[in-house]
Design a protein around this ligand. Sequence first.
Ligand SMILES: C[S@@+](CC[C@H](N)C(=O)[O-])C[C@H]1O[C@@H](n2cnc3c(N)ncnc32)[C@H](O)[C@@H]1O
Length: 183
Amino acid sequence: MHEDRTRWNKKYTDREWTAEPSDIVRRFYSLAKPGMALDIGAGTGRNSVFLAEQGFDVVAVDIAEKGLAQMAGAHANLLPVCADLDVFEIPENRFSLIANILFLNRRLFPWIMDGLAPGGVLIFETYIDFPSGRGHRRSRDFCLAENELLYAFAPLHILYYEETQKTTDEGTSRLASLAAVKK
Ligand SMILES: C[S@@+](CC[C@H](N)C(=O)[O-])C[C@H]1O[C@@H](n2cnc3c(N)ncnc32)[C@H](O)[C@@H]1O
């Protein structure tokens, strides 16, 4: 969506973002067989670059070209794709691993399940409540309900699911975290 592109391009111009991959990606990526990985809402590519370094051929999709530009050329096995995930179509049975970190688009849930190859691993983590410092803590469009992720991906074999509270400089937030395998 055009608004998302403008908003996120500004964020990627205004401040520097961490290059450290998410803990949950580090923790579960090795369950996936070598092959193609899809990073949904990839940002500046902290998880995409990490996965490429682990030997995956990574497709990193995001709408904000300023974020994608920061990962461009970081690794030969990394393909940044500028696309709107409101309309993006994930190819079926293609990916050994799909990562969806700090991004929510419920339309993609069935596409994600279909996009995993048999034995493919999904690593998904995003907010139930935004950090308290951001003022507006919940919006159904951007935040999950409790247990929502667990039920949404119940057709997969769930390896790990947790809802946790986290306090950072931005305040306290709640996150839902899931790792699952397509049988
Ligand atoms: C909080 S960031 C997360 C980035 C990355 N997953 C990470 O953990 O560092 C959310 C990302 O979603 C992207 N995004 C938001 N709406 C989008 C849309 N409609 N299509 C594609 N990307 C979108 C933003 O540009 C932003 O990079």
